[in-house]
Design a protein around this ligand. Structure first.
Ligand code: ADP
Length: 191
């Protein structure tokens, strides 16, 4: 399988580049943020819980997220060529859980694409996105909190994948096409 983790701070372009990757490599895509927003829209118990965290810019608890990924993997992994994990893992505990869940199917993450974008650029991008996204977490206060949470809780995931020999650093600033070319080079190197 070709399993890709697309990683980076909020506003680093994970969603945009995931769309490019899906088209080119014909992979299944899972975005934990999109799944959570769907739960909120359909007003499920999980959605109500998730919203309390998301509106504050905090992470949703690991066990909730890992449960979602567990169900997704059991349902999809044997049917697809590979998966793009977008917005997950966001903590080291989630990264370890993903490794274990994939190991049950004798597979693993192939590459972790780490999109690097400076904090000041993220803030500008997310405030701009907030004008049209309709997302209740795209306001200045929550954006600052999300970047802070990324730096404290999510950034350590980079080390986990570096030690696992899966890390590919990608400069996430510049033209979308040029960034995608770098991404493809990193993916083709492990294919
Ligand atoms: P962004 O990357 O722009 O912050 P996402 O859609 O990936 O947007 O995530 C939005 C929010 O959903 C996060 O701030 C967090 O509250 C929650 N969330 C998404 N994925 C995870 C995850 N893997 N672990 C914990 N919380 C998550």
């Amino acid at each position: 399988m070709l399993n890709i983790v697309i990683f980076g701070p909020p506003g680093s372009g994970k969603g945009t580049q995931s769309e490019n990757l899906i088209k080119k490599y014909k992979l299944e895509h899972i975005s934990t943020g999109d799944l959570l927003r769907h739960e909120i829209q359909t007003n499920t118990q999980l959605g109500v819980l998730a919203k309390q965290h998301m509106d504050k810019g905090e992470l949703v608890p690991d066990e909730v997220i890992i449960g979602m990924i567990d169900r997704f993997i059991d349902k999809n992994v044997e049917k697809v060529k590979g998966v793009i994990f977008d917005g997950f893992p966001r903590t080291v505990a989630q990264a370890k859980a993903l490794k274990d869940l994939l190991n049950d199917y004798k597979t693993d993450v192939s590459v972790m694409l780490n999109l690097e974008v400076p904090d000041d650029e993220l803030l500008v991008r997310l405030i701009e996105r907030g004008k049209t996204s309709g997302r209740s977490d795209d306001n200045e206060e929550t954006i600052k909190k999300r970047i802070e949470v990324y730096n404290s809780q999510t950034r350590p995931v980079i080390d986990f994948y570096q030690k696992d020999g899966k890390l590919a650093n990608i400069k996430g600033v510049g033209a979308i096409d040029a960034i995608f070319a770098d991404i493809c080079a990193a993916v083709d190197a492990v294919k």
